[in-house]
Design a protein around this ligand. Structure first.
Ligand SMILES: CCCCCCCC/C=C/C=C/CC(=O)SCCNC(=O)CCNC(=O)[C@H](O)C(C)(C)COP(=O)(O)OP(=O)(O)OC[C@H]1O[C@@H](n2cnc3c(N)ncnc32)[C@H](O)[C@@H]1OP(=O)(O)O
Length: 279
């Protein structure tokens, strides 16, 4: 677990405006795989996109799971075997109301701060597609297991005419290495499971029917690693990145909102959203 001060700062910066709906749990389910292992299932049809409400619900669920000292590990999965998460809800960025857009980005930052800095051992069970923000969710976990063959994973922001924020880019670079990250980010590459394994973006690739059983096996194994040593090791590995975002959180919100509100970006976002709907 990261410093109390850092956590307090993180939660104080989350949206509190009365216009924001309270986190809805209908988009997520939390269950237990064992007394010490929780399972968090994304359950927002059709594509588990990260809207403002979904992002708030996600962080709240992670915080609630963490607050139970008997829980030492978390499995993250989707209720759909076709889509893990299609990433940010693009409609949040199309013709947005500026205050909501800023709250949306704070909530997206909050998903990162909650899971990447979690004291829990975390495994992502990626049975379906995980583009952009879907890849972000999985990168925040400690271990990733993905289906081979069909589904794609990666950061395709460049192909959409936008850029991944620095904290997401940094997590990607840390995971796949500088050169692999440059090649993938500049092209907006979406990898198959096998390609993702080759660059180190995921840790295992299996046929669909074996992904969830194996993810359960792994998370139950990780849950047995002494919790204190693991939490401190994670803090040593990730603390600087988390602290950097905490210190520059509002500057990052300003960067995001300015870029998204630009006329050219708006045209691109609208065209992309229309193309998704026409598919
Ligand atoms: C100087 C530079 C500054 C830069 C600052 C800008 C910073 C911006 C940073 C942002 C980072 C952004 C990261 C993101 O996450 S952006 C979102 C990227 N996501 C995608 O590109 C994925 C889009 N979706 C798909 O490719 C497919 O849906 C797929 C996941 C492959 C699944 O395909 P399929 O099974 O065929 O399902 P459908 O395409 O039919 O989708 C079902 C319905 O869901 C809607 N949908 C899908 N994805 C999204 C989305 N991301 N947002 C909103 N809605 C989405 C889709 O339209 C379908 O809806 P409907 O049933 O009504 O037709």
């Amino acid at each position: 677990m990261f410093s109390t001060a850092a956590r307090a700062l993180a939660s104080r910066s989350l949206p509190r405006a009365p216009s924001i709906l309270p986190p809805s749990r209908s988009m997520l389910t939390v269950s237990r795989l064992s007394p010490s292992v929780a399972e968090l299932t994304l359950d927002k049809a059709p594509a588990n996109t990260l809207s403002l409400e979904m992002a708030l619900a996600f962080s709240a669920a992670v915080s609630e799971i963490e607050a139970d000292p008997s829980v030492t590990a978390l499995l993250l999965r989707s209720s759909s075997t076709k889509i893990f998460s299609a990433g940010l809800d693009i409609s949040e960025m199309s013709g947005p109301e500026p205050a909501r857009l800023a709250d949306f980005w704070r909530a997206i930052q909050g998903t990162y701060l909650s899971l990447y800095s979690s004291r829990l051992a975390t495994v992502a069970c990626i049975e379906g597609h995980a583009p952009a923000g879907g890849c972000l969710l999985s990168l925040m976990a400690d271990y990733r297991i993905m289906t081979g063959g069909g589904p794609r994973i990666g950061l395709n922001e460049t192909a959409l005419g936008i850029a991944a924020p620095y904290w997401l880019k940094d997590m990607f670079v840390e995971t796949v290495g500088r050169r692999n990250a440059e090649l993938a980010l500049l092209k907006g590459t979406l990898f198959t499971g096998e390609e993702a394994l080759a660059v180190g973006l995921v840790d295992e690739v299996l046929p669909l029917e074996e992904v969830y059983p194996r993810a359960k096996e792994e998370v139950l194994k990780l849950a047995r690693i002494p919790a204190k040593g693991r939490a401190e090791t994670k803090r040593l590995l990730r603390g600087a990145a988390v602290d950097e975002l905490l210190a520059g959180r509002e500057a990052d919100v300003a960067w995001f909102t300015e870029f998204v509100l630009e006329e050219g970006t708006q045209k691109g976002i609208k065209a992309y959203l229309d193309s998704l709907k026409k598919k």
